[in-house]
Design a protein around this ligand. Structure first.
Ligand SMILES: Cc1cc2nc3c(=O)[nH]c(=O)nc-3n(C[C@H](O)[C@H](O)[C@H](O)COP(=O)(O)OP(=O)(O)OC[C@H]3O[C@@H](n4cnc5c(N)ncnc54)[C@H](O)[C@@H]3O)c2cc1C
Length: 389
C-alpha cells in the first residue's frame, strides 16, 4: 500500500499552497474588515482578478473537462487543492467552473449557459430546497404547468447559494404530481429576466443565500435541462458531484487552526509557564491532530473511490459526516485554547467557528449522512469492511 503523492500531485499542491500563501492570505485582514462592515469580503472584480492571475499559470477550470478548456483534474487532485484553499477563510475559488449538470445541456443551451458560465460571464445557482422541503427533497411543490410550447413556473425556493448574484437558475419543479420524484420532476434553466426574484437571507456566516420567488414565470420548452421528468436524477447528480470537496476544505481550515493553537499554547504563559505544559491543552492538541489525520485519509479515500469510477456514496457520506462533526469540535478547541481572545473579532477563529457550522447542515445534514451510511449497510450496498472488503 502506497500512501505517497505522485510527483504531479505534489507539484500541483505546492503551486496552490504558494498561491494561497502569497496571494490569498495577505488579503485576510482586509476581507475581515469588510465582512465586519457587512460588505462582501472578496468582491466579484477582485475575485476575477485573482482567478485571472491563477489562469496565467494554467489554473483555470480545475475540474472542467479539457475539451472545454479546463484542466480536467482528478478527484484526488481536487481534494488536495481544496485542502490548500481551505487554509484561508477568504472565499477564493478557481475560475472556469460550471455546475456538473450543465454539461447535460444540448448544443444550443451550451452556447447560452454552459460556455458563458465557464468563461465567468454568467452566474448560475442550483435551486431545489423549498421552505417545506430540505432534507426531504422529494417533497418539493414548486410546479411547472405546460401552456402550449411554454411552461409556467410557480413556487418558492429557499437557501439558494448565489441566488442573489445569479443571472440564471437551474430550478427543479414538479411537472407531474402523480409521479413526483419518480419521473415527475423537471429541471429548467431560467434567466433572471424571465421574472423570478431573489431575496437575501441573513445567516450567522458570511454566506448570503437567497429565497427565490416564481410567480407565473414563463419559460419555453427549449429551456428544459435534460429530459422532462428526469430532473430529480440531475439534482442528485449535482449534490453527489463531489461531496468529498466540502470536508477537504474543512481539513485545510483545521490544519491552519491547530497551527494557531500550537503557537498560542507555546507562547501564552499562565501560572509561570506556557499553557502548552498543561495536559488539558496537550490533549486538545493531540485529539485534534489525530482527527485531522483521520479526516485527511477519509477525504482522500473518498476522492480515490470517485476516481476509480466506483460507487462512492458511502465513502463520501462518511467523509462529509466526519469532516463536519470533527471540524466543529476542532475549531471549538482552538477557540478554547485562545481563551477570551478566541472569542473576539480580532482573531478570525470566531469567523471559522461560524462558517464551519454550516458543514453540518448543507448538502445533506449530519443526520441525513448517517441515514445514508446506515441504509447502505442495512441493505447490503456497503459493508463495514469498507473498500478493502
Ligand atoms: C447557507 C446555506 C446554503 C445552502 N445552499 C443551497 C443551494 O445552493 N441550493 C439548495 O437547493 N439548497 C441549499 N441549501 C439548503 C440545504 O441543503 C438544506 O438546508 C438542508 O438540506 C437541510 O434541509 P432543511 O434546512 O429543510 O432542514 P430539515 O430537512 O427540515 O431538517 C431539520 C432537522 O431534521 C433532521 N432530519 C430531517 N429528516 C431526517 C431524517 N429522516 N432522519 C433524521 N433526522 C432528520 C435534519 O437533519 C435537521 O437536523 C443551503 C442551506 C444553507 C443553510
Amino acid at each position: 500500500m502506497d500512501f505517497s503523492l505522485s510527483d504531479e500531485e505534489r507539484e500541483v499542491r505546492e503551486w496552490v499552497r504558494t498561491f494561497v500563501r502569497k496571494e490569498i492570505m495577505p488579503l485576510e485582514p482586509e476581507v475581515l474588515r469588510r465582512e465586519r462592515a457587512n460588505q462582501p469580503g472578496l468582491p466579484a472584480d477582485e475575485l476575477k482578478a485573482l482567478q485571472l492571475k491563477a489562469k496565467e499559470s494554467g489554473f483555470w477550470g480545475v475540474q472542467t473537462p479539457q475539451e472545454y478548456g479546463g484542466m480536467g483534474l482528478s478527484a484526488v487532485m481536487m481534494a488536495l487543492i481544496e485542502a490548500e484553499l481551505g487554509r484561508s477563510f477568504v472565499q477564493f475559488r478557481f475560475g472556469g467552473y460550471a455546475d456538473n449538470i450543465l454539461f447535460h445541456a444540448n448544443d444550443e443551451q451550451k452556447q447560452r449557459y454552459l460556455l458563458p458560465t465557464i468563461a465567468g460571464d454568467r452566474k448560475s445557482c442550483f435551486a431545489i430546497t423549498e421552505p417545506g422541503a430540505g432534507s426531504d427533497a422529494k417533497a418539493i411543490r414548486t410546479s411547472a404547468r405546460q401552456d402550449g410550447t411554454d411552461w409556467v413556473i410557480n413556487g418558492e425556493k429557499t437557501f439558494i447559494t448565489g441566488g442573489n448574484e445569479a443571472d440564471f437558475t437551474m430550478v427543479f419543479a414538479v411537472t407531474d404530481k402523480e409521479k413526483g420524484a419518480n419521473g415527475g420532476v423537471t429541471c429548467f434553466l431560467v434567466d433572471r429576466d424571465a421574472g423570478w426574484r431573489s431575496e437575501p437571507i441573513d445567516t450567522m456566516g458570511e454566506w448570503g443565500p437567497a429565497a427565490l420567488v416564481f410567480e407565473d414565470v414563463r419559460v419555453p420548452q427549449e429551456n428544459i435541462l435534460g429530459e422532462v421528468g428526469k430532473g430529480f436524477e440531475l439534482a442528485m447528480q449535482w449534490i453527489g458531484r463531489g461531496r468529498y470537496a466540502l470536508p477537504a476544505r474543512a481539513l485545510g481550515a483545521c490544519e491552519r487552526l491547530v497551527g494557531m493553537a500550537i503557537e498560542q499554547a507555546n507562547t501564552r504563559v499562565t501560572f509561570g509557564q506556557p499553557i502548552a505544559e498543561y495536559q488539558a491543552i496537550q490533549w486538545m492538541i493531540a485529539d485534534s491532530a489525530m482527527e485531522i489525520e483521520a479526516l485527511r485519509w477519509l477525504v482522500l479515500h473518498a476522492a480515490w473511490v470517485v476516481d476509480q469510477g466506483r460507487d462512492s456514496r458511502q465513502a463520501q457520506s462518511i467523509a462529509k459526516l466526519y469532516g463536519g462533526v470533527k471540524a466543529n469540535e476542532i475549531v471549538d478547541r482552538v477557540l478554547q485554547i485562545h481563551g477570551g481572545m478566541g472569542y473576539t473579532r480580532e482573531l478570525p477563529i470566531e469567523r471559522w467557528y461560524r462558517e464551519l457550522r454550516l458543514l453540518r447542515i448543507y448538502e445533506g445534514t449530519d443526520e441525513i449522512q448517517r441515514r445514508t451510511i446506515a441504509r447502505n449497510l442495512l441493505k447490503g450496498h456497503a459493508t463495514v469492511s469498507g473498500t478493502l472488503g
